[in-house]
Design a protein around this ligand. Structure first.
Ligand SMILES: NC(=O)c1ccc[n+]([C@@H]2O[C@H](COP(=O)([O-])OP(=O)(O)OC[C@H]3O[C@@H](n4cnc5c(N)ncnc54)[C@H](O)[C@@H]3O)[C@@H](O)[C@H]2O)c1
Length: 431
């Protein structure tokens, strides 16, 4: 990036959040420098290959050839940037608490590269207090002062991958700053990019807004999953119940049962909040209960399959095909995927499990043998004792699967209204 250019934006972390955001900044006329430590992502970008299901190769080619975007591995150009937006992962650590190492590393690298009055914006989801308690001390460590050597803001990313109903710019953008001046700066910048900017009084408020909205979703989905189990016991079709509920014109939210709650946000953010609550000597009981409910779904599905296949509790030697490995439809992300949790659970019960997913050609998990997506041809389907529909990707040949499989366990209500030769068990129905 040339030194004489102004209004240069850095985006740190070019994943599901950072890359589309970088594209948006480019669309709005900014020069953008993407920084990511993953050389495979940078190679893919240079080869004009998309690694995100929401972006096409053509869009990547346009971005890379447009002259306004560059992707690098190094932080050396940080002093030349006016705004730096951090979009790195915030996963759970081995104890189920916050792992902020990616955030801390990126902030440290920014500081070491050189502070120059830049506005630094954290977009990663995290517990209330992170910006002031973790980022601010890290940035100030060598005597740098907020409002002078750097400005610091928090704005949670609220994107819903795979959802094409809303333009990225249409999502109201919650913004906050460590000082009034920091807030003014982020309002001024994001007002150019987003249709609606929602300033709040503190970074803690903005952080809380993000983890609370995701916790609410987590609890609601868990509640529907609990009701699904009750419906199974009572032989009531939960999907029909939900349709009936939704005829009420107000006061309802749309949540559906499924194989747990997945993705990098919904199952993770509530645990960040719970962790912080414990620091405050409080507890988030709804979250604890919701997690317990979700964690038990795979076991329940495995038990139903064992009952159907062997009238027992184990699946030893049974061959099962899982259709869909991602945490939700039309998104190529298997992180915290309920489908993957189910796959592991079926294996623990003794089953031999393969998977098919048009968006995930292969899966290699730490410490496990790599798996390759198998085909859905007639002979293959017939060779499995059961097929589990775990993710409802658009275009999956449900009728074909029903026609050529022996037993289908449908966790997403994909088979409703479609008939075939297979025996069907539908989650949340008791049949
Ligand atoms: N994925 C979503 O749907 C979504 C939605 C809203 C919010 N979020 C939040 O946004 C944040 C990012 O999530 P994501 O899904 O984009 O993650 P991601 O894993 O897809 O992308 C993060 C990127 O950061 C890079 N990275 C890690 N450490 C780095 C460092 N020190 N310097 C430079 N690059 C580094 C990784 O290589 C990766 O490419 C998380 O906090 C997540 O909770 C995600």
């Amino acid at each position: 990036m040339g030194k004489d250019e102004t209004r240069r934006i850095g985006v740190v972390g070019l994943g599901y959040v950072g890359l589309p955001l970088a594209m948006l900044f480019v669309d709005k006329g900014f020069d953008v420098l993407g920084i990511d430590l993953d050389s495979r992502k940078l190679d893919a970008l240079r080869a004009h290959k998309s690694y995100l299901s929401d972006l096409t190769d053509d869009q990547i080619a346009e971005l890379m050839q447009g002259g306004r975007f560059e992707a690098v591995q190094s932080y050396e150009y940080v002093p030349e940037l006016d705004v730096i937006v951090i979009c790195v992962p915030t996963p759970l650590n081995e104890f189920g608490g916050p792992d902020l190492t990616y955030v801390q590393q990126s902030v440290t690298d920014i500081r070491e590269a050189g502070l120059n009055g830049q506005l630094i914006v954290l977009e990663s989801s995290t517990y209330p207090g992170t910006t002031e308690e973790i980022l601010l001390p890290l940035l100030s460590r060598r005597g740098a002062k907020v409002g002078q050597e750097f400005h610091l803001a928090y704005s949670p990313e609220r994107v819903n991958p795979g959802d094409t109903r809303y333009a990225r710019t249409a999502m109201p953008k919650i913004v906050s700053g460590v000082t009034e001046r920091c807030l003014d700066k982020i309002v001024a910048f994001y007002s150019v990019v987003f249709d609606q900017v929602v300033p709040v009084s503190s970074t803690r408020t903005a952080e809380m807004a993000k983890v609370m909205e995701n916790s609410q979703r987590f609890i609601n989905i868990s509640f529907v999953n609990e009701m699904a189990r009750l419906c199974e016991a009572m032989k009531i079709d939960i999907w029909e119940v939900i349709d009936a509920i939704h005829t009420k014109p107000y006061g309802n939210l749309y949540f559906y049962p499924g194989p747990s709650v997945g993705g990098h946000c919904i199952p993770v953010d509530p645990l960040y909040l719970s962790w912080k609550a414990k620091q405050e000597e409080m507890s988030c009981d709804f979250i604890t209960l919701a997690k317990r409910t979700n964690d038990s779904i795979s076991e329940s599905i495995a038990a139903q399959l064992a009952e159907a296949l062997v009238s027992g509790s184990r699946l030893d030697g049974k061959r099962i095909l899982l259709v869909g490995a991602t945490y939700k439809k039309d998104v190529n992300d298997v992180r915290e995927s309920g489908a993957m949790e189910l796959l592991h659970c079926l294996k623990r019960h003794g089953a031999y499990v393969d998977y098919h997913d048009p968006l995930i050609p292969e899966i290699s998990m730490k410490g496990e043998e790599a798996m390759v997506s198998v085909g859905l041809d007639e002979g293959n389907l017939a060779s499995y004792d059961a097929v589990v529909l775990a993710t409802d990707h658009t275009g999956l040949p449900v009728a074909y699967i029903l026609e050529h499989s022996k037993l289908v366990y449908d966790t997403r209500n994909m088979t409703r209204g479609i008939s075939g030769k297979a025996r069907v068990i539908r989650l949340g129905t008791g049949v």
